[in-house]
Design a protein around this ligand. Structure first.
Ligand SMILES: [Fe+2]
Ligand SMILES: [Fe+2]
Length: 215
């Protein structure tokens, strides 16, 4: 695990890359907050003991989670980033630059592990560490907190509130269900399912209030 002073320094480096910009359907400095949230998720996933703790290098996992989307820094243009543009390339771009940010915190062989995890985070992870990071990244899309992005995205697309609800049931929800298959660990999948239930409840509550059916 990272020491508090190491974590602070790494956070500062990330903040330098992902501050003072606006991310479409994510808001101000979204990527920084997503990376910090992914780090919190990897800690919880490791706590489920999904893999033998002696098999994983927790520091490698934590650092990879913080920097997995570092390639996205190149997608910020004039203070704005569209997360749907440049998506294909950001893992590979990140693998090339991540050492510049983390090599003074890890020995060389471990920096290489981080590069591999970052490079594979949208394809097939090769190691237990990579699987943990991938599950954590996926989990950050699940749950009531994703309403934040739904509302931002609806606003970008100039959708009405009923259109946003319809889009949720017809597009978002099937995608959340499909993506359950992508989890590597049952514990992460269970967690995502729990969030789906809460998310559906939240949308149903919004809709019933909107139609004055909640009296
Ligand atoms: Fe990514
Ligand atoms: Fe991510």
């Amino acid at each position: 695990m990272l020491e508090q002073n190491e974590l602070e320094e790494l956070r500062n480096r990330l903040k330098q890359e992902f501050s003072g910009y606006y991310e479409k359907s994510g808001g101000k400095n979204y990527r920084y907050h997503h990376l910090e949230s992914t780090r919190k998720h990897v800690i919880e996933i490791m706590d489920f003991d999904v893999v033998d703790r002696d098999e994983v290098d927790e520091k490698v996992v934590e650092i990879s989670s913080l920097f997995h989307d570092i390639g996205r820094k190149e997608d910020i243009e004039d203070g704005v980033m569209d997360p749907f543009e440049g998506h294909e390339g950001h893992a590979g771009r990140g693998a090339k630059v991540v050492a510049d940010f983390v090599s003074d915190f890890l020995e060389e062989s471990k920096v290489e592990k981080v590069e591999t995890i970052v490079g594979n985070h949208h394809s097939q992870p090769e190691t237990p560490e990579g699987k943990i990071v991938q599950d954590a990244d996926l989990l950050t899309n699940y749950g009531v907190s994703d309403l934040w992005r739904m509302i931002h995205y609806s606003s970008e697309e100039q959708r009405s509130m009923p259109e946003a609800f319809e889009y949720f049931w017809d597009n978002h929800m099937p995608r959340y269900l499909d993506k359950l298959e992508e989890f590597h660990f049952e514990a992460s999948r269970r967690w995502a399912r729990k969030r789906i239930t809460k998310h559906q409840e939240a949308i149903k509550n919004m809709e019933s209030e909107f139609h004055a059916e909640d009296r």
